[in-house]
Design a protein around this ligand. Structure first.
Ligand code: GTP
Ligand code: MG
Length: 576
C-alpha cells in the first residue's frame, strides 16, 4: 500500500458538561446497586462515536480481507475439511521424523528408563503443537502432559505431531492455566517455568540470519513495546506489527494512529522496515504483512517476537489462515496452529511452523514477561480482568451530559480521587474546572470517584469488593498501591488532549485540559500545568505520552508532523 498522505484539520471538541459534588461515582456496567445508594453523582458517558476516517486503504487491500466472527473460529486442532493427500503426506513425514527422534532418545536413555514402567521420559523433545512444551507423561499438572496410553497410540500411528497437551486443552476451553511462575503476584512452584527461563529460550536468535516480526499491543502500546528488542533480535531486520486494532474505539482513523505509532517508534530510536496495524480477529492488515514478509524474508526464517500476551500466536494463526487460500503448506500448518489464550505465558517453547512453499518457517516464541506490567502483580486467577473483550469505550470524568452543564460548583475534578479497579488511583490536585479525564481499558474494571480526603478509607474498605482486581480471595495478600508518581502535565493547545497517562499492562487515560465553551480569554488565563498524583502497585510503570488519536473527532485534532522530503524518506511507512 502506498504511504498515507498527511492531513491536519482543526478539532471540534465534544460537547462536555460536568456535575459532581461528592462521594462515589459509579460504573453503570456493574450489576451491584448497593454502593450507589450513597452516590450523590453518578454516571459516565462513553466517548461519542461517529466514523470520520479521512482516508481508506486502496480497494485492492480491503476487498480481499475477510472478516472473522470470533465465535465461528474452529476449535484448536480440528479441521472442517478432510485432509488433502498432500497434507496427509506432510503429516506422515513429520510424524516419522519425530518418531525417529523419540526412538533415538529412548535408546540413549535406556538405562535411565522410567521406573514407572510405561511413562515416557520428559526429556523426549517432541513438543505439544499448541504451546511448544516438551510432551511428558509423568506430571499431570505440568505443561506438556499427555496420557501415556494416548501417547503410545499416537506414536504407533505416527501422529505425535497432532498431540495437544492437557494444559492447552484446558486453555482452549477458556480456563486460565498459568505456567509461568516466580514472577509478580504468584510465587510459582514445581510445575511452573520461570520467566527468565522463557527469555533464555530466545537468547540465540540474535546469532542467526532471520527476519524479525515484532508485535506490540495497541491497548498497551508503551507497556508492551519491548524497547530492548535489539538484545534479542541482534542486527536482524524488524517489521513492526501493532496488534488488536479492532479494539480501538469506534470512529478511530487508522491513518492518524499509524502516524502516531511511527512517531512514537522513531522517538524510541527503533529502526524498523515498516509498521503494520493489524487485527487477528478481523484480519485487518494481515494481507499487507504477508506481502511484506514475503518481500523481506529473502529465504530466511521468520521469528515472531514480543511481550507476553500481545497476540503472537493469534497473529500466526491469522497469517496461516490467510496464506492457506493459495498455499497448501500453510493450509496444512493451520490445522495444528499454536494455542492462543488470554493467559500471559501460553506459548512455552519455540514452535516451528512450516508455512512457505519452497521452504522456510515461521517461529512462534514464548512472550517476554516484563516486570512493569500489571499482569506481573495480579494473581493468575484475576488475569481475565485485564483482557479487553470488546471495542474500547472511553469513560469520562466529570460526567458528560449530551444537553448542557447540569450544574457545577466550579471546581471540576479538583480534590477528588478516581480509582480504576483496585489497580490505579489518581488524585486530582490542580486542574481546570473543565478538565476531563477519559479512561480506556478493560471494561470489567469499575471506575469510581470519591473525595481525596476519604480515598484511603474507601480503598481500604472496598479493595477486593468494589475495587477489583484483586478479587476478594486475594485482598489479604494484596500489597496495595505503594508507588506514587507526581505528574505535572503541561498544556498549550485548547483544541486537543494534553497527554495520555498510560498504565503498563492496563490501558490509558486521556487528559483534556478544556471542555467546550472556553473562550480565548479564559484559555489565556488558565495556561499552565495540570497536577495529578498517580498511585499504582510498586513495579508498575506509568508513561506520559503524546495523546493517541482515538475515537471520532480525533482526526480533526491530530497534528501530523511537518516533515522534509529527506525526513519522510527516512521514516518507516505504515500500512493497514
Ligand atoms: N481483540 C483482539 N484480541 C486479540 C488479537 N490478537 C490476540 N488477541 C487476544 O489476545 C490474547 C493473547 O493472544 P495470544 O496469541 O495467546 O498472545 P501471545 O503473544 O501468543 O501470548 P504468549 O504466548 O503468552 O506470549 C488472546 O486472548 C487472544 O484472543 C486481536 O487482534 N484482537
Ligand atoms: Mg503465544
Amino acid at each position: 500500500m502506498a504511504p498515507i498522505p498527511l492531513f491536519t484539520s482543526p478539532r471540534a471538541l465534544s460537547p462536555f458538561s460536568s456535575l459532581h459534588s461528592s462521594f462515589v461515582l459509579h460504573n453503570p456496567q456493574s450489576s451491584n446497586p448497593e454502593p450507589f445508594k450513597k452516590a450523590l453523582l453518578a454516571t459516565f458517558c462513553p466517548e461519542p462515536v461517529a466514523c470520520r476516517a479521512s482516508r481508506r486503504p486502496p480497494a485492492s487491500e480491503t476487498v480481499s480481507l475477510p472478516t472473522t466472527d470470533p465465535s465461528a473460529v474452529e476449535a484448536e486442532g480440528t479441521g472442517a475439511a478432510a485432509p488433502s493427500p498432500g497434507e496427509r503426506f506432510l503429516e506422515h513425514q513429520h510424524a516419522r521424523a519425530r518418531a525417529v527422534l523419540i526412538l533415538k532418545q529412548k535408546g540413549s536413555n535406556e538405562k535411565k528408563k522410567n521406573k514407572r514402567g510405561k511413562a515416557v521420559s520428559s526429556s523426549v523433545e517432541v513438543c505439544c503443537y499448541g504451546c511448544g512444551a516438551p510432551l511428558q507423561t509423568e506430571e499431570a499438572d505440568a505443561p506438556g502432559y499427555v496420557d501415556p496410553e494416548i501417547f503410545e497410540l499416537k506414536k504407533k500411528h505416527h501422529q505425535l505431531r497432532t498431540i495437544l497437551c492437557g494444559r492447552c486443552k484446558l486453555l482452549s476451553h477458556g480456563h486460565m492455566v498459568t505456567a509461568v511462575g516466580g514472577h509478580g503476584g504468584y510465587s510459582g512452584g514445581k510445575q511452573f517455568i520461570l520467566a527468565e527461563e522463557l527469555r533464555e529460550k530466545l537468547s540465540d536468535i540474535c546469532y542467526d540470519k532471520v527476519l524479525i516480526v515484532k508485535l506490540v499491543d495497541i491497548v498497551d502500546f508503551n507497556g508492551s513495546f519491548l524497547a530492548r528488542i535489539r538484545d534479542l533480535a541482534g542486527a536482524n531486520p524488524i517489521i513492526l506489527v501493532v496488534t488488536k486494532v479492532d479494539l480501538l474505539p469506534k470512529g478511530t482513523d487508522l491513518n492518524c494512529v499509524g502516524d502516531w505509532v511511527v512517531e512514537t517508534t522513531m522517538k524510541k530510536k527503533l529502526n524498523v522496515i515498516s509498521v503494520h496495524l493489524t487485527s487477528s480477529k478481523s484480519l485487518v492488515g494481515i494481507t499487507g504483512v504477508i506481502s511484506e514478509i514475503q518481500k523481506e524474508r529473502k529465504g530466511r526464517d521468520v521469528y515472531i517476537l514480543g511481550s507476553a500476551n500481545v497476540g503472537k500466536s493469534a497473529f500466526i494463526s491469522a497469517l496461516l489462515k490467510t496464506m492457506a487460500k493459495k498455499n497448501p503448506v500453510a493450509a496444512a500448518a493451520h490445522k495444528y496452529k499454536p494455542m492462543q489464550s488470554a493467559v500471559p505465558g501460553t506459548t512455552l517453547g519455540r514452535i516451528k511452523i512450516e508455512a512457505f512453499q519452497g521452504g522456510g518457517n515461521f517461529f512462534d516464541t514464548p512472550g517476554v514477561h516484563l516486570h512493569h506490567r500489571q499482569a506481573a502483580v495480579v494473581h493468575s486467577e484475576d488475569l481475565p480482568f485485564l483482557a479487553p473483550q470488546s471495542r474500547l469505550r472511553g469513560q469520562s470524568f466529570p460526567v458528560v451530559s449530551k444537553s448542557n452543564l447540569i450544574a457545577t460548583d466550579n471546581v471540576g475534578l479538583n480534590g477528588f480521587s478516581i480509582f480504576w479497579g483496585g489497580l490505579v488511583r489518581i488524585d486530582v490536585l490542580k486542574v481546570l474546572p473543565q478538565t476531563r479525564l477519559t479512561f480506556f481499558g478493560p471494561r470489567k474494571l469499575q471506575i469510581l470517584m470519591v473525595p481525596t480526603a476519604e480515598a484511603d478509607e474507601f480503598y481500604h474498605k472496598e479493595v477486593g469488593v468494589l475495587l477489583t482486581p484483586p478479587s476478594e480471595k486475594r485482598r489479604e495478600l494484596w500489597p496495595g498501591l505503594q508507588s506514587v508518581r507526581q505528574l505535572k502535565i503541561k498544556f498549550e493547545d485548547q483544541k486537543r488532549p494534553a497527554s495520555d497517562i498510560a498504565i503498563s499492562g492496563l490501558g490509558w487515560i486521556s487528559v483534556e485540559p478544556f471542555g467546550l465553551g472556553v473562550g480565548q480569554n479564559e484559555f489565556a488565563n488558565c495556561k499552565g500545568e495540570l497536577h495529578l498524583d498517580v498511585h499504582v502497585p510498586k513495579p508498575v510503570e506509568i508513561f506520559v505520552r503524546p495523546p493517541m488519536p482515538v475515537g471520532s473527532g480525533s482526526a480533526e485534532w491530530y497534528q501530523y508532523q511537518e516533515l522534509t522530503e529527506a525526513e519522510e524518506e527516512l521514516r518507516p511507512k505504515w500500512y493497514y
